[in-house]
Design a binder for this molecule. Structure first.
Ligand code: SF4
Ligand code: ZN
Length: 266
């Protein structure tokens, strides 16, 4: 995942996983002095939630002497997530959850932030739990091309899309939490007010129930997907990129997913 001279944009939300990752990666500065780290934090604009997380993220960056960049939805897209959700709902758009908007817009925001700081890779704190939840969600949605794309080290598919790595992909979420507690890392532990809407919660509950009865299942599922991945990549539609007519970013269609979503609220 890592080369000695990487400039890593570490996606830091202010939660336990991303801060545990930031603290662990900060050790690279000692062993690989040519590695550069910059934290990139996205301010989605979620009232009563994100402000506290931002403050905690910044405190940790200062403590570790890691420069940081905050990218906000409002600045980037003209709307906060709260505004997007409220407008979409007032127009009767109920198909997409807040998390569906948030996921797409945040991905683009992190990529924009990573490019802005000149990073060649984005490191995210997706844990083993996140990875298999995502894999299964992609199966449940029948989204095979997404299943092929969302892997621990993404392929370098376009010069404007910064490669993503997931150093915690084999670390169970509760071990990353344990690290944060043992190291006395300050993190935000209040849940996002929109979190209850996500299909991900059902996946998490299901996998935790099975793991409690059959220890090791999470690793087995992860390994099974990794073994299948080459075959999945062969069957998935190969990505071809156009340029989004609105924002000029790489896109599968005439409009990127982000600009398509923003049409719901403009
Ligand atoms: Fe965004 Fe959903 Fe996560 Fe909240 S729970 S930060 S809305 S993805
Ligand atoms: Zn676009």
């Amino acid at each position: 995942m890592l080369r000695f001279n990487d400039h890593l944009a570490v996606a830091v939300s202010g939660g336990k996983d991303s801060l545990a990752l930031l603290h662990i990666l900060s050790k690279l500065k000692k062993y690989r002095p040519k590695t550069i780290l910059t934290a990139v934090t996205v301010d989605e604009g979620i009232t009563g939630y994100r402000d506290e997380a931002l403050e905690i993220a910044v405190q940790n960056c200062k403590r570790l002497e890691i420069p940081y960049l905050i990218v906000s939805f409002k600045e980037l897209y003209g709307f906060s997530l709260d505004e997007i959700v409220a407008t979409a709902r007032s127009r009767g758009e109920t198909e997409l959850t807040a998390c569906a908007y948030c996921g797409v817009l945040r991905r683009k925001a992190i990529n924009a932030g990573a490019r802005k700081v000149g990073a060649n890779k984005v490191a995210t704190a997706h844990t083993l739990d996140d990875e298999i939840q995502t894999d299964l969600m992609n199966i449940f949605h029948g989204d095979i091309s997404r299943l092929a794309k969302e892997k621990p080290v993404t392929s370098e598919v376009h010069p404007l899309l910064v490669q993503k790595i997931k150093p915690f992909c084999e670390i169970p979420e509760n071990e990353s939490a344990l690290y944060a507690y043992v190291k006395k890392i300050k993190f935000q532990d209040t849940p996002c007010p929109y979190a209850g809407e996500a299909l991900r919660n059902d996946m998490r509950a299901m996998l935790n129930t099975i793991e409690a009865k059959h220890a090791g299942t999470k690793f087995t599922v992860f390994k099974a997907f990794e073994k299948l991945r080459p075959a999945i990549e062969l069957t998935a539609n190969k990505e071809s990129f156009k340029t989004c007519a609105e924002c000029g970013e790489p896109s599968a269609g005439d409009l990127c997913k982000c600009c398509e979503m923003l049409r719901h609220v403009r």
